[in-house]
Design a protein. Sequence first.
Lengths: 251, 340
Amino acid sequence: MIFVLAWRELRNLFLSPLAWSILAIVQFLLGYLFLGQVDLYLQVQAQLGTMQNPPSLTQLIIAPVFSNAAIILLLIIPLLTMRLIAEEKRNQTLALLLSAPISMTEIILGKYLGVMSFIFINLFFIALMPFSLMASGNLDMGMIFSGFVALTLLLASFVATGVYMSTITSQPTIAAVSTFGFLLLLWVIDWSAGITNTQTTELTQYLSMLKHYQPLIDGVFKSSDVIYYLLFISTFLILSIRRLHADRLQH
Amino acid sequence: MPANQPLPPPGNSRINHETLISAKNVSRYYGDKKAVNNISFEVKRGEVLGLLGPNGAGKSTTMQMLTGNLAPSNGQISISGFDILEEPKNAKNHLGYLPEHPPVYKELTVDEYLLYCAKLNRITRRHQKEAMALAKARCDLEKVGKRLIGNLSKGYQQRIGIAQAIIHSPAVIILDEPTVGLDPMQIKQIRALIRELGNDHSIILSTHILPEVTATCDRVLIINQGNIMMTESIGDLQQRLLSSSLIVAFKTPPPTQALKQFDGISHVEEIETGRYRLHHSPEIDPSEDIVLQSVKKHWRLTEIQPEKLSLEEIFLDITCTENDSTQVHAGKQPHQKASI
């Protein structure tokens, strides 16, 4: 039943030009930045030979792809998730799902998986860029793998936040703005770390998404970072399910 | 739960083989406002129940609670013997619901939409085509299968909404104003469809249109301000509709005293010269006597017709008197005083 919903959601995305244009724009932006990195690499290649412990091809070209992809999709995912529940509420089509023999959990997970499958399509195209380098150089596969796990977890967290924001309002734009605001806050939350006292610094550093993301794309695979994302995702999915239940109780 | 789990046979309910919908002491508050106040009713298999009431009476709220879209503040609702809150999946398996606004996705075609509904309602892959074809035939949608729902008129969207509610042939069908936006031909078809479905399903429909009740329902529930004002079978209602007054006209009118002598006549009212309205008790019909006497005494009867009390009048009678009494009642509450 979850897959029926997920499939419908994915199909819906491709019914309008939205999904296509997102794929195209993300690919264009990342491709541009990727070529920039390749250029840079070619310029410094000579100097790299003289260094004792030179950064690898992967570190110089591929790690930035992951950082850039995270920022670009931080801007775009709120637009993908804003409609999920909010639009159904506004168009009063949610009744179809609520009176069908499916649970709230299935509704939320279905919608979530629908958007996630679009994210996977997006990730596939992003992956083509690093792998195109395999033709001419040696890649650190472990590091690339760790980077992809990180990006997937990060995007999955973005989508979970978006799903929740979409359940608390019936205005898609409000859902988009609050998702974006919230994610941006978590992205930059430890930038002020030096100024405030140490206790809050620890907390903000733990909350910061960037702090858990950067080590993973640098190839430092710590399970605590992975757990952070898994906790994040499940928290927001559970909150969304609770929210749908609560909608029936109070008005 | 497996996605392709077959629907349990309709007779498989646990509490009672006959009662498909039961609501017990159901209330719903919106903040302080009581939208539905302690109502109880049952609907049996093969029965069509009409919910009647003015705007804001609580009809839609009741239906939303029956279908699990709203949780009741208190009380118990069961569909086919399954409690809607305790076993929502089982209950909803037996449920088809057309909300006030048909829940259609405008960016899909009719076929895509109905296929999605069939899947949502766990119709097995083998039966999906069949179920869609039947629902489309019943709601007269065969010609628009390939068209986008957003481009179709309100009447079509309404019928797609009905098709969606009956696609899995649920034991219980709940229709919130099913004939809104339809043209007279379609209204006739949909009423016939409701009657047909009513033979082996339980149906609740709400409406403002009073003749619709007499045309389609077996029983009426009149709701006002969240309370059940009257529940009566259509037969009894028809009885109420029977005349309790006669209009008569004579060329050589007798004295009004002579008219009062007839059995059962309580009051004679002169409309114009020679034309009277005779009020009588509903059990006794004096018309035959009047005709006989008229012939005998040469009153030269030119007109005699029973005056019908319309459903509208009964409806207004019930809802308005209650309105007044509740307003008096509400006036006693301090926070309402200012508005009265």
